[in-house]
Design a protein around this ligand. Sequence first.
Ligand SMILES: Cc1cc2nc3c(=O)[nH]c(=O)nc-3n(C[C@H](O)[C@H](O)[C@H](O)COP(=O)(O)O)c2cc1C
Length: 325
Amino acid sequence: MTPSVASVLGTTVPIVLAPMGGVAGGALAAAVSEAGGLGMIGVGYADADRFAAELRVARGTRVGCGFITWCLEREPRQLDLALDHDVAAVMLSFGDVERFAGRIRAAGVPLICQVPGRDEAGRALDQGAQVLVAQGGEGGGHGTRLRSTLTLVPEICDLVRERGDPVPVLAAGGVADGRGLAAVLALGAAGAVVGTRFAATAEATVSAAALERMIRARGDDTLATRVYDDVRGVNWPDGYTSRVLRSPFTDTWDKAGTGRVPVECLVEATARYRDGVRCDDPDTIVVTAGEAVGLIHRPESAATVVQVMAAEARAVIDTLHGAPV
Ligand SMILES: Cc1cc2nc3c(=O)[nH]c(=O)nc-3n(C[C@H](O)[C@H](O)[C@H](O)COP(=O)(O)O)c2cc1C
């Protein structure tokens, strides 16, 4: 029998904070865990000192952490830090988990693997993943964008069942309220990994300008690009783009619609980006968000998001009992 998310991750509501690098720090992770979900610190591109500082912020509360796998390969001691800290779970995204899976499992820490497709899900199961996260392309941040949540989640659930692997599947991408949570439960998921919705909470480490833009944005305002990777000098492997809010900056530097800053413009674009960051210029800064941004109308506390999302999902499920099918 497949263990419940509650038994693997220690949650009372099936909501997991996406490990958003630079946005989900110790304060946000602790707030989500205290509300009954599981908070995950997003290690992202942070160095070990910064990660240790975020772990200290969450001290006393059970939180997990999530790594960008290809970044962890460059600084593997980050995993020692996480395991020494006895984190509640480790999530690996964007890359081959083989190098790290054994150590995480040997430490008795639940291994969560976020996957963008069926092949990656199969490989994660081969490596002993205890929770799979099916990541649809409508979500915020990096991904391969080849699949949408609506079809990927049931396909991964079927794969898990066919293989006889007792592993719960979570859905990531597009869940921002109780309707989304109820929808992914209907698809067979055991819960949701939520990024964008939590990025617009009081505890997220986003700037005032970024928060303001998220509250005003609609789902049509996002695009998948590598423009911000280019100006920040972050060399993502081929095949990945990041979903962000479209801005005058992306319009200016991705004129050709290739998703890349032309090489001959890189120096100038990088200088403009750095200037914009210094003064928190809303037209320039990166605001990483998925299509679900159009469902966010005000900043709230993380605890309110967890509680309202869970209550709304229960209400939707009750209503569906009378659905005309
Ligand atoms: C601001 C932001 C930063 C993100 N950074 C990371 C990251 O560092 N590592 C990671 O595994 N996923 C990251 N993601 C992707 C999430 O793990 C998740 O797939 C996504 O947020 C789910 O879709 P949603 O944004 O619609 O909730 C990020 C997402 C956002 C919105």
